[in-house]
Ligand binder design. Sequence first.
Ligand SMILES: C[S@@+](CC[C@H](N)C(=O)[O-])C[C@H]1O[C@@H](n2cnc3c(N)ncnc32)[C@H](O)[C@@H]1O
Length: 197
Amino acid sequence: MRASTPAVDRLRHAWIFFRHWLKDPLTTASVVPSGDDLARSMAERLTPDDRVVVELGPGTGAITGRLLEQLAVDARFIAVELNAPFAEALAKRFPDLKVATGDARKLAELLPADYRPVDAVVSSLGFLAMPESICREILQAVFEVMGPSGRIIQFSYTPRSPIPQRVLDELGAECKRVSTAWRNLPPAFVFEIRRSG
Ligand SMILES: C[S@@+](CC[C@H](N)C(=O)[O-])C[C@H]1O[C@@H](n2cnc3c(N)ncnc32)[C@H](O)[C@@H]1O
Protein backbone atom coordinates (compact mmCIF):
# COMPACT_ATOMS: atom_id res chain seq x y z
CA MET A 1 0.00 0.00 0.00
CA ARG A 2 1.54 3.35 -0.96
CA ALA A 3 0.49 6.87 -0.11
CA SER A 4 0.60 9.55 -2.78
CA THR A 5 1.23 12.71 -0.78
CA PRO A 6 2.63 15.48 -2.97
CA ALA A 7 2.80 18.93 -1.41
CA VAL A 8 -0.44 19.97 -3.05
CA ASP A 9 -2.25 17.03 -1.43
CA ARG A 10 -0.85 17.97 1.97
CA LEU A 11 -2.12 21.53 1.50
CA ARG A 12 -5.52 20.25 0.45
CA HIS A 13 -5.72 18.02 3.54
CA ALA A 14 -4.63 20.89 5.80
CA TRP A 15 -7.39 23.02 4.30
CA ILE A 16 -10.08 20.32 4.75
CA PHE A 17 -8.86 19.85 8.33
CA PHE A 18 -8.93 23.56 9.14
CA ARG A 19 -12.47 23.91 7.78
CA HIS A 20 -13.69 21.03 9.96
CA TRP A 21 -11.89 22.44 12.98
CA LEU A 22 -13.83 25.69 12.47
CA LYS A 23 -17.11 23.71 12.40
CA ASP A 24 -16.36 21.33 15.28
CA PRO A 25 -13.17 22.20 17.19
CA LEU A 26 -13.75 19.76 20.08
CA THR A 27 -14.11 16.67 17.90
CA THR A 28 -11.48 17.66 15.34
CA ALA A 29 -9.20 18.57 18.28
CA SER A 30 -6.43 20.10 16.17
CA VAL A 31 -6.24 23.01 13.70
CA VAL A 32 -4.02 21.17 11.22
CA PRO A 33 -3.00 17.55 10.63
CA SER A 34 -0.08 16.16 12.65
CA GLY A 35 3.44 16.60 11.31
CA ASP A 36 5.64 13.79 10.04
CA ASP A 37 7.93 13.75 13.10
CA LEU A 38 4.94 12.88 15.27
CA ALA A 39 3.67 10.34 12.70
CA ARG A 40 7.06 8.58 12.84
CA SER A 41 7.17 8.68 16.64
CA MET A 42 3.75 6.98 16.77
CA ALA A 43 4.59 4.41 14.07
CA GLU A 44 7.91 3.50 15.76
CA ARG A 45 5.95 2.12 18.70
CA LEU A 46 4.54 -0.70 16.54
CA THR A 47 6.40 -4.02 16.59
CA PRO A 48 6.40 -7.01 14.19
CA ASP A 49 4.24 -8.84 16.79
CA ASP A 50 1.39 -6.41 16.19
CA ARG A 51 -0.78 -8.48 13.85
CA VAL A 52 -4.04 -6.58 14.29
CA VAL A 53 -3.81 -2.81 14.49
CA VAL A 54 -6.59 -0.23 14.71
CA GLU A 55 -6.16 3.50 14.13
CA LEU A 56 -8.70 5.72 15.89
CA GLY A 57 -9.23 9.23 14.56
CA PRO A 58 -7.03 9.02 11.45
CA GLY A 59 -8.41 12.30 10.10
CA THR A 60 -7.06 12.79 6.59
CA GLY A 61 -4.23 10.30 7.16
CA ALA A 62 -1.28 12.30 8.53
CA ILE A 63 -0.19 9.35 10.70
CA THR A 64 -1.76 6.53 8.67
CA GLY A 65 0.93 6.50 5.96
CA ARG A 66 3.73 5.94 8.49
CA LEU A 67 1.74 3.20 10.23
CA LEU A 68 1.24 1.39 6.93
CA GLU A 69 5.01 1.53 6.25
CA GLN A 70 5.74 0.08 9.69
CA LEU A 71 3.20 -2.75 9.68
CA ALA A 72 4.15 -6.37 8.99
CA VAL A 73 3.02 -7.27 5.43
CA ASP A 74 0.40 -9.72 6.67
CA ALA A 75 -0.88 -7.56 9.53
CA ARG A 76 -4.53 -6.51 9.53
CA PHE A 77 -5.20 -2.79 9.82
CA ILE A 78 -8.37 -0.74 10.01
CA ALA A 79 -8.86 3.01 10.45
CA VAL A 80 -11.97 4.22 12.35
CA GLU A 81 -12.99 7.82 11.70
CA LEU A 82 -16.13 9.60 12.93
CA ASN A 83 -16.12 12.43 10.41
CA ALA A 84 -17.42 11.16 7.04
CA PRO A 85 -15.62 13.72 4.83
CA PHE A 86 -12.31 12.83 6.55
CA ALA A 87 -13.02 9.13 6.03
CA GLU A 88 -13.71 9.80 2.33
CA ALA A 89 -10.48 11.79 1.94
CA LEU A 90 -8.61 8.97 3.68
CA ALA A 91 -10.07 6.28 1.43
CA LYS A 92 -9.12 8.34 -1.63
CA ARG A 93 -5.58 8.84 -0.35
CA PHE A 94 -5.07 5.13 0.52
CA PRO A 95 -7.32 3.18 -1.88
CA ASP A 96 -6.44 -0.25 -0.38
CA LEU A 97 -7.02 0.81 3.19
CA LYS A 98 -9.87 -0.63 5.26
CA VAL A 99 -11.76 2.38 6.64
CA ALA A 100 -14.77 2.29 8.99
CA THR A 101 -16.79 5.47 9.30
CA GLY A 102 -18.15 5.59 12.83
CA ASP A 103 -17.66 6.33 16.49
CA ALA A 104 -14.80 4.74 18.43
CA ARG A 105 -17.34 4.07 21.19
CA LYS A 106 -18.89 1.48 18.85
CA LEU A 107 -15.60 -0.18 18.07
CA ALA A 108 -16.88 -3.70 18.80
CA GLU A 109 -19.59 -3.26 16.13
CA LEU A 110 -17.27 -1.62 13.60
CA LEU A 111 -14.51 -4.23 13.72
CA PRO A 112 -14.70 -7.18 11.31
CA ALA A 113 -14.96 -10.52 13.17
CA ASP A 114 -11.40 -11.57 12.30
CA TYR A 115 -9.92 -8.38 13.82
CA ARG A 116 -9.89 -9.71 17.39
CA PRO A 117 -8.03 -9.64 19.61
CA VAL A 118 -6.52 -6.28 18.70
CA ASP A 119 -2.79 -5.99 19.47
CA ALA A 120 -2.35 -2.23 19.16
CA VAL A 121 -4.64 0.77 18.89
CA VAL A 122 -3.05 3.96 17.56
CA SER A 123 -5.15 6.89 18.65
CA SER A 124 -5.14 10.60 17.83
CA LEU A 125 -8.41 11.24 19.64
CA GLY A 126 -8.45 14.49 21.59
CA PHE A 127 -9.13 12.96 25.02
CA LEU A 128 -8.15 16.15 26.86
CA ALA A 129 -10.97 18.05 25.16
CA MET A 130 -13.60 15.34 25.76
CA PRO A 131 -16.02 14.96 28.63
CA GLU A 132 -14.74 12.26 30.99
CA SER A 133 -17.81 10.09 30.26
CA ILE A 134 -16.95 9.87 26.53
CA CYS A 135 -13.30 9.19 27.28
CA ARG A 136 -14.40 6.33 29.57
CA GLU A 137 -16.78 4.88 26.95
CA ILE A 138 -14.11 4.91 24.26
CA LEU A 139 -11.53 3.25 26.48
CA GLN A 140 -14.04 0.62 27.62
CA ALA A 141 -14.80 -0.14 23.96
CA VAL A 142 -11.09 -0.45 23.18
CA PHE A 143 -10.34 -2.68 26.17
CA GLU A 144 -13.25 -4.92 25.16
CA VAL A 145 -11.60 -5.83 21.85
CA MET A 146 -7.93 -5.68 22.85
CA GLY A 147 -5.92 -8.74 23.90
CA PRO A 148 -4.46 -8.94 27.46
CA SER A 149 -1.10 -7.49 26.38
CA GLY A 150 -2.61 -5.01 23.93
CA ARG A 151 -1.86 -1.32 24.21
CA ILE A 152 -3.07 2.05 23.05
CA ILE A 153 -0.48 4.35 21.49
CA GLN A 154 -1.76 7.87 22.03
CA PHE A 155 -0.40 11.38 21.55
CA SER A 156 -1.17 14.53 23.42
CA TYR A 157 0.11 18.10 23.42
CA THR A 158 0.75 18.15 27.17
CA PRO A 159 3.30 16.01 29.03
CA ARG A 160 0.72 14.72 31.52
CA SER A 161 -1.52 11.72 30.87
CA PRO A 162 -4.42 12.65 28.56
CA ILE A 163 -6.58 10.06 30.40
CA PRO A 164 -7.99 11.05 33.81
CA GLN A 165 -6.46 8.92 36.61
CA ARG A 166 -9.96 7.98 37.80
CA VAL A 167 -10.77 6.41 34.41
CA LEU A 168 -7.44 4.55 34.37
CA ASP A 169 -8.12 3.19 37.87
CA GLU A 170 -11.63 2.04 36.91
CA LEU A 171 -10.21 0.16 33.93
CA GLY A 172 -7.23 -1.24 35.83
CA ALA A 173 -4.97 0.51 33.34
CA GLU A 174 -1.83 2.63 33.38
CA CYS A 175 -0.59 5.37 31.07
CA LYS A 176 3.15 5.97 30.50
CA ARG A 177 4.87 8.63 28.43
CA VAL A 178 7.20 6.86 26.00
CA SER A 179 8.56 9.50 23.63
CA THR A 180 8.39 13.11 22.50
CA ALA A 181 8.10 14.52 18.99
CA TRP A 182 9.95 17.77 19.57
CA ARG A 183 9.83 18.85 15.94
CA ASN A 184 6.07 18.61 15.72
CA LEU A 185 4.26 21.95 15.89
CA PRO A 186 3.46 22.11 18.73
CA PRO A 187 5.75 19.46 20.26
CA ALA A 188 3.72 16.36 21.12
CA PHE A 189 4.09 13.60 23.69
CA VAL A 190 3.49 9.92 22.95
CA PHE A 191 1.93 7.67 25.59
CA GLU A 192 1.15 3.98 25.93
CA ILE A 193 -1.92 2.88 27.84
CA ARG A 194 -2.21 -0.77 28.87
CA ARG A 195 -3.64 -3.01 31.57
CA SER A 196 -1.67 -2.63 34.81
CA GLY A 197 0.63 -5.38 36.07
C1 LIG B 1 -6.61 15.52 16.51
S1 LIG B 1 -7.47 14.85 15.08
C2 LIG B 1 -6.18 13.78 14.49
C3 LIG B 1 -6.22 13.53 13.00
C4 LIG B 1 -4.99 12.82 12.42
N1 LIG B 1 -4.79 11.51 13.01
C5 LIG B 1 -3.77 13.66 12.66
O1 LIG B 1 -2.99 13.30 13.56
O2 LIG B 1 -3.60 14.66 11.95
C6 LIG B 1 -8.68 13.80 15.85
C7 LIG B 1 -9.47 12.96 14.88
O3 LIG B 1 -10.34 12.09 15.63
C8 LIG B 1 -11.63 12.06 15.02
N2 LIG B 1 -12.58 11.67 16.06
C9 LIG B 1 -13.02 12.42 17.10
N3 LIG B 1 -13.87 11.73 17.88
C10 LIG B 1 -13.95 10.47 17.33
C11 LIG B 1 -14.65 9.28 17.69
N4 LIG B 1 -15.45 9.24 18.77
N5 LIG B 1 -14.50 8.18 16.91
C12 LIG B 1 -13.69 8.20 15.81
N6 LIG B 1 -13.01 9.31 15.43
C13 LIG B 1 -13.12 10.43 16.17
C14 LIG B 1 -11.81 13.47 14.47
O4 LIG B 1 -12.80 13.53 13.48
C15 LIG B 1 -10.40 13.76 13.96
O5 LIG B 1 -10.23 13.26 12.66
